[in-house]
Ligand binder design. Structure first.
Ligand SMILES: [Zn+2]
Ligand SMILES: [Zn+2]
Length: 299
């Protein structure tokens, strides 16, 4: 029996995916991702994000713009401030709560998940977290109390590389707990969440950018800037559509996929009043809702 188990273990370690160079490559990718993530979420984020944007996204926006938009567009500084403050504090509740909820983690599932190769764990984590992103995001549109905070993100009328940074911290806390708690409880590690966080954060910057590329071959496979721009559109047919962050599969599955041919999303915004300042964004969700048609015409 022992010999058989040993033989099976030998066979397992001889699998193609267990070769030293594959382990080295995936180990290196994981290490770089974790270091990048820790850098991103520990205050160097601002620097990392700005360098990456200025080197890649901003030049692409100049080459293939979707809308005619100046680099120094209105309220750029407000969103810059959001980036510095909210980007840093968004994950704090999850990091604080992980040591507590880890005690309630399913040990059976945890050992099953964590015995798999890292790439498989990441794929599974991406799939499950995207399912949670979809429903967490959809509820923040459908439950009026949650919408008060999420509407801060939708109040941006000029979509560009910095627009996705406009978020109320309570909207961020809600989403990171909605995604993080079930994932930790079902056996994923904080490292899995961190790697997925890097992918989702970096992609989030691209899908808000003022990029006119259509990327038709990615339709239904991966979220593109056009897909997410429709999510921000004030167009009635596009309302409450395209909730996915990376995998549009869930919008297709639950009937909220919207990506028409030969139409341009925009203008963007909301139809209720939202101040233009950072402080205004912080307090507006706690104040009475006021209609404001100017949000629909500012673009
Ligand atoms: Zn939304
Ligand atoms: Zn957005």
């Amino acid at each position: 029996m022992n010999e058989l188990s040993l033989k099976e273990e030998d066979d397992w370690t001889n699998s193609w995916w267990y070769r030293p160079w594959i382990r080295f490559v995936f180990g290196s990718i994981t290490l770089v991702s974790v270091i990048s993530y820790l850098a991103i979420e520990s205050g160097i984020e601002a620097f990392f994000f700005i360098v990456l944007s200025v080197l890649i996204i901003v030049p692409l926006e100049k080459l293939i713009p979707r809308h005619n938009l100046k680099f120094f567009r209105p309220h750029l500084l407000t969103d810059f401030f959001h980036h510095f403050v909210s980007g840093f504090i968004g994950f704090i509740p999850l990091i604080l709560i992980v040591p507590i909820i880890e005690n309630y983690q399913s040990q059976t599932l945890a050992s099953l998940i964590q015995s798999q190769p890292m790439w498989l764990q990441i794929l599974e984590a991406l799939f499950i977290s995207e399912f949670l992103v979809y429903w967490g995001h959809r509820l923040s549109h459908q439950i009026p109390f949650l919408w008060r905070f999420h509407s801060v993100h939708h109040s941006v009328v000029h979509l560009d590389w910095l627009a996705g940074e406009r978020r109320h911290p309570l909207d961020q806390f809600y989403m990171s707990l909605f995604i993080g708690v079930p994932m930790i409880l079902s056996g994923f590690s904080l490292v899995d969440l961190l790697v997925i966080g890097v992918i989702q954060n970096l992609w989030d910057m691209t899908i808000h950018a003022n990029l006119g590329w259509r990327l038709k071959s990615l339709d239904g496979i991966w979220v593109t800037s056009e897909f997410h721009h429709w999510h921000h559109s004030v167009n009635k047919e596009a309302r409450d559509k395209n909730y996915s962050g990376a995998l549009p599969l869930f919008d297709r599955m639950f009937g909220t996929f919207y990506l028409p041919d030969n139409k341009n999303p925009g203008p963007y915004g909301i139809d209720t009043h939202m101040p233009d300042t950072y402080f205004g964004h912080m307090i507006q969700p706690f104040l009475p809702v006021k209609p404001d048609s100017s949000g629909l015409t500012k673009s």
